[in-house]
Each structure stands twice: as C-alpha cells, then as structure tokens.
Design a protein around this ligand. Structure first.
Ligand code: PLP
Length: 431
C-alpha cells in the first residue's frame, strides 16, 4: 500500500474510531500496522453504522398518556432507616423530611411516563448537564395534608394544584399528566408516612411535588427526559412575624417579580431565585416581606410568595375585600381562590378582584377607610400586614386594630375546613 494512501486511511480511522465496535486507539504510539490490517475488516462494518446510527425503531411520543396509580411500586424503608420525628415546636418550614418519597421518570424514548415508585427518602443522582440545573426547566407545587379532629387526613383542593402544575409544565416544555393519578399516588405516599402528619392543629405535612428536566444536553429546548418527584416535610409556622402576629412589608418600585407575558402566574423556580436579594434588603430595613409592585401606577401584585388582600370601606360605604385580578402577574393561589369563593357568600362583605395601586392605598389610609391588608397562601395560610414601607412613606395599616377583622374570619374558616371542624367539599379525606 502506498504510504500516502495509508496516511489518509489512518487519519480517517482516527476520526471515525468512535464508531467502531472493537477498536479503541487511545495510545499515542500510532500502531499503523495494526490499524491498516484491521481497516479492511472493519470498513464494511463501519459504512452501514454511519448511515443508520440507530437501528432500533423509536416509539411514538405519547405525551398525554399519563402514569397510573395502579402501576405504583413501593419499596419501604427498613426499620433502621426510619428517621426519628422531631417535636412539633422545632419543625420550622421544610427542615425535616419524611421517611419516603416518590419518583416518576419520563423518557420520551421509552414511550413517555414510566411507573411511579415510592422509595425510602434518598438523594437524587443527577447528570451535571441536566437542563433543570442550567435553564431552570423545572416547576414545583405546594400543598398540605392536615390531620383533622377526627384523626382523618385531608387534602385541600389538590386538583387545583394539579391543574396549575400541568399549566406550568406545558409552559416549560415539560410533560403533562393526569392530575388525578398524581393525587392518588400522593395519597398512597401520605398513607405510608401517615405518622409524619402532625397530631396538632398548628402544624401540617407540607407536600412538595417537583418536576424537573433531567435530560443532559445543553440545547434550550423541550427535554426528552424528566423527573417528577414528591417529598414531604412536617411544618409549623412559615416565618416569624412581629409580636402581634402581623408583618411589615417593603415595596421597592425598582424591582419587579413578574411582567405581562412572563411566568409570574406559574410556580416555576425561576420566579423565586431573583427575589432573594430584594427580600434580604427589605429585612435589613426591618421588614419581613417584599411587596411586589408593577408598572407606573405602582400596582400591588403579591407579597412575598403570597397573594395580597385589602379590606376597606368602598365609595358606597360598604366593607369590601379586594385582591388584584389574575392578569398574568399573579400566581393563581388555591388559598386566594378559596377566600374569594367563601367570602362571596358572606352578606356583610363585598368581594372584588380589582387593580389596587399604591396611590389608592395611601389615599384610603389617609381617609381612615383602609381597614386591613393580609397575605394568603398554603404555607402561611393568612398573614396580617401592619405596615408598608414605600419610597419615603411608612404606612401603618390598622389590620390588628379591628374588632372583628376579616383576615381572622377568613383564617378561621379555612382552618375549620382543613382540620375537619367543618365538613366542606374543599377538603378531601384520603382513604
Ligand atoms: C404559591 C404561591 C402563592 C400561594 O398559592 P397557594 O396555592 O394559595 O398556596 C401565592 N403567590 C406566589 C408567588 C406563590 O408562589
């Protein structure tokens, strides 16, 4: 063989060696002879490999076929793996986790959703290139399991969390699923860890379903593999409030949480990381939470990770409960929706979804018509607000000075439903 031709051949072999089944040339000493001998034998084999890199037929993508509760596989923790349960006073928020967790893999190449599995609580093993880690292609949910006065365990409108989770999944190119199947799987997980649902009406079991893109490629596109997991944590108060139980909030009009066309209305992780700095700055000024404003009129949107409510005397002289409308900037809270639905039936209160501006807040407060402000969400339930810092204003809200505050009535009603004092269709006993 002429030397020139063999050099070209060897170059070709080095460029293509990764496609060979048997040859791997990692050595720096070029074994021309061996390679030349092998070339003849492998060339035939290489050619078809190059044209059809994947001979296996690819299964059709079936994104709307969900995982199923009936396929759930359970691997219980061994007795020595069980974690001692902390006292309810030291629970905090998301510090301790239960003995088990759930995982459901999604692989487009394998036909979509795989079988759900409950396993002992354990670390995840994740590829460093997983899209969730780079582009925040992920989302989460938050709901609670309550141990009622009758010792039965209830979920509060979990179907609304599932609906919201699927909307966030669709927005992020993550696979969707049948929400009812996930509720059934979560119910089984709670049953297994039922002793982790606190025997207390000031604590609950917080449930955190999370869906992440696990595909390990840098392309910014819909992932071909994903992982839905559910972890659970017994929790008490979400954060410390002031002495009277009310919080002080701080509004910096220079920072926005959400914007039109964005994802402020979805529980995606990328909404929360960028709030840390503003929250820390508010804390330095003595405030517990950030009041998120939007636009030139300083519209109130949310407070921390809660929906915001205001009680005032309206222009007709009636007591009115207001909250901003779902205009894309607002997370459609389950608590928010429940408050609106419950309070709409109270005859002494007008309920309205309307834009609230800082100017309006200041004006109502000056006239003595602003009665209460509070935040609402699953984690905190209801958080009364007693003070708002905004530009050079320091606004004192008389929330804690009302004789029969709306926030307390709302809170008592929600808790009564959640802990089974009041039979209500919002609460679902898990069997
Ligand atoms: C989760 C969340 C809420 C509250 O929603 P719930 O369904 O009531 O728990 C409100 N605002 C933000 C930004 C949230 O993330």
């Amino acid at each position: 063989m002429p030397i020139r031709r063999s050099k070209v051949l060897v170059k070709w072999i080095f460029e293509n060696q990764h496609k060979f089944q048997t040859i791997r040339c990692c050595s720096s000493s070029l074994r021309y002879k061996v390679l030349e001998e092998n070339t003849q034998a492998h060339q035939e084999h290489v050619a078809p490999l190059m044209s059809t890199p994947d001979e296996k037929p690819r299964p059709q993508l079936t994104p709307d076929i969900s995982f199923k509760r009936e396929d759930l596989q359970v691997r219980l923790a061994a007795p020595y793996q069980l974690i001692p349960k902390p006292e309810t006073v030291e629970l905090g928020f998301g510090k301790y986790f239960t003995d088990h967790m759930m995982k459901i893999n999604y692989h487009k190449q394998l036909g979509g959703w795989q079988k759900p599995e409950i396993t002992p609580f354990e670390n995840l093993s994740i590829h460093p290139a997983a899209k969730a880690l780079h582009y925040a292609i992920q989302l989460f949910e938050g709901l609670k399991a309550y141990r009622g006065v009758d010792d039965k365990i209830r979920l509060f409108r979990p179907e609304l969390n599932m609906e919201r989770m699927n909307l966030a999944a669709a927005r992020s190119g993550l696979p969707t699923f049948d929400g009812n199947e996930l509720i059934q799987c979560i119910s089984r997980l709670i049953q297994i860890d039922q002793e982790w649902v606190p025997h207390s009406e000031t604590s609950t079991l917080y449930i955190r379903p999370t869906l992440i893109a696990s595909e390990a490629t840098f392309g910014i596109m819909a992932p071909e593999s994903a992982l839905l997991f559910v972890i659970m944590s017994p929790v008490s108060a979400y954060y410390k409030a002031g002495g009277d139980g009310a919080v002080s909030i701080f509004a910096d009009p220079a920072v926005v949480r959400a914007f039109p066309g964005g994802v402020g209305n979805r529980k995606v992780g990328s909404n929360y990381g960028p709030t840390i700095e503003a929250t820390a700055r508010a804390a330095k000024l003595g405030h517990q939470q950030v009041l998120w404003l939007f636009g030139p009129n300083h519209e109130l949107t949310e407070v921390g990770a809660m929906n915001i409510f205001m009680v005032h005397i309206n222009d007709q002289g009636d007591k009115q409960l207001s909250t901003p409308p779902l205009n894309g900037l607002i997370l459609p809270g389950v608590t928010r929706r429940s408050i609106i639905e419950l309070a709409s039936q109270w005859e002494d209160l007008t309920v309205k979804e309307e834009v609230i501006t800082m100017e309006r807040v200041i004006e109502l407060n000056k006239k003595g018509r602003l009665l209460e402000m509070f935040g609402a969400g699953t984690a905190v339930v209801i958080s009364p607000i007693s003070r708002v810092g905004f530009l050079d204003h320091d606004i004192n809200i008389p929330t804690m000075k009302q004789s029969q505050p709306v926030f307390q009535r709302v809170k008592d009603t929600l808790l009564a439903i959640q802990y089974g004092h009041l039979e209500h269709p919002f609460a679902k006993v898990i069997s």
